[in-house]
Design a protein. Structure first.
Ligand SMILES: Cc1cc2nc3c(=O)[nH]c(=O)nc-3n(C[C@H](O)[C@H](O)[C@H](O)COP(=O)(O)OP(=O)(O)OC[C@H]3O[C@@H](n4cnc5c(N)ncnc54)[C@H](O)[C@@H]3O)c2cc1C
Length: 385
């Protein structure tokens, strides 16, 4: 790490402390009103925080044991897009309850025939006076069963090339014609759903940005990662870390099996590499440098690392691992079994492992495009003419 966080007497730190003294157990709406949920957003939603200011606020909230509202798709995806391209009325209506966690959001992007190749989407939205009439199907929609709103991409010009003719909407999830069918995961949990649209009438004022310009918006939030020092758990920032697993093994007196010991050393090394990559990213942000390739490299490594950690935890448990109640060293299990069953999803959601590698190959290593967008062909097809 090539920077130091400002000390105890930094005025920005003192300001957060003063606020926390007045709000010792802050609610979601109070945190949102103070601008501490997404401090890097512009005022009045955030506090225009630069990277160091963000790290200070994180630091102070952590010390005070204050947790931010949980609304990952709203705050991580929908919000930044509305900030970038939404109307003033949309910002006014949606951003406050999103930040406070009072209105949960979902993301209606993937379809049965459009995942990695998202531009292949077939859901149609046809303008009819003051509404768009939407027909089609989405899938893998996390939180659709609890969401108040969804960000929806749908085709508004069927004749345009596939990256054009797509529009971006705010979709109220209680509109007539929307059917949410749950999908139960192999973890036993219910996270995602299928969502069917049958002549759903979305008000035209819910279009974000311009009609047929939604593809650029669908990508807008990718550059919006909040600066965070914490590398978090191995399940996309949640759950335990490799260091937690090593501590568990150490606490139980170690492990004799040489192969398990090697695998423990391996996940420890991976975790340390990921921690250093994270610090590099933060250092660059603090110095005002644009985000480098580290984020793509990090995701490619981190997703597989999560699978290595969870697979090892299961193998450490031995035959007891067949019970959902037994953790890696025989202790009662809270998270490891769920993490093991969830971990295959890590290399699928948010861009598969292969797609991450394509990004690294093209943008970091400068290798030719996998897919020639203009010609609508793969690179190999384009070369053959
Ligand atoms: C936990 C979880 C939560 C999710 N939540 C949401 C959500 O809230 N909203 C939403 O819209 N979607 C969500 N998704 C869906 C997710 O975005 C898609 O699963 C993902 O984009 C992959 O698409 P797909 O499943 O259709 O697989 P496909 O794209 O069909 O891929 C199948 C296989 O082909 C490979 N492949 C595809 N293209 C290439 C290529 N060009 N080069 C090399 N290999 C390739 C892939 O890597 C993969 O192995 C979620 C997924 C998961 C796992």
């Amino acid at each position: 790490m090539d920077f130091e966080l400002p000390g105890e007497d930094d005025p920005r730190r003192l300001e957060v402390r003063r606020w926390l003294a007045e709000h010792p157990r802050p609610s979601g709406p109070q945190l949102a009103e103070a601008g501490f949920v997404a401090p890097h957003w512009p005022r009045p939603w955030g506090v225009d925080a630069d990277p160091v200011h963000q790290l200070i606020i994180d630091d102070e909230l952590r010390r005070a044991d204050v947790r931010r509202p949980v609304n990952p798709i709203g705050i991580g995806w929908a919000g930044p897009t509305i900030l970038a391209a939404g109307s003033e009325a949309q910002k006014e209506r949606y951003l406050g309850p999103m930040l406070s966690g009072q209105e949960v959001w979902c993301q209606l992007f993937s379809e049965p025939g459009a995942g990695s190749d998202l531009a292949n989407l077939a859901t149609r939205a046809v303008r009819d006076g003051e509404v768009y009439v939407v027909n089609g199907q989405k899938i893998w929609t996390s939180f659709a069963h609890v969401a108040r709103f969804g960000i929806l991409i749908a085709r508004t010009d069927a004749d345009a090339p596939k990256h054009q003719g797509v529009s971006y909407f705010i979709c109220p999830m209680d509109l007539p014609g929307i059917e949410v069918r749950r999908i139960i995961e192999m973890t036993g949990a219910h996270l995602f759903n299928e969502v069917f649209f049958d002549d759903v009438r979305i008000p035209a004022e819910n279009l974000v940005g311009e009609e047929n310009r939604g593809w650029a918006l669908a990508k807008v939030t990718l550059a919006n990662e909040r600066v965070s020092l914490s590398s978090g758990g191995v399940l996309w920032g949640d759950g335990p870390t490799a260091f937690d697993l090593v501590d568990l093994v150490r606490g139980a007196g170690g492990v004799a099996d040489p192969l398990l010991r090697q695998r423990l050393a391996r996940v420890y090394i991976e975790a340390e590499i990921l921690r250093l990559i994270r610090l590099r990213t933060v250092t660059a942000a603090v110095r005002g440098h644009p985000p480098g390739p580290e984020a793509s490299v990090r995701k490619a490594l981190a997703d597989e690392h999560g699978q290595h950690v969870m697979g090892l935890a299961k193998d450490l448990a031995g035959t007891a691992g067949m019970l959902t109640t037994a953790g890696p060293m025989g202790e009662p299990d809270g998270v490891w079994n769920y993490g093991f069953l969830f971990s295959p999803a890590l290399t699928v959601g948010g861009g598969t492992a292969e797609v991450q590698r394509n990004i690294v190959a093209e943008r970091v290593l400068g290798l030719p495009h996998d897919f020639d967008v203009e010609a609508g062909k793969t690179w190999a097809e384009a070369r053959r003419g």
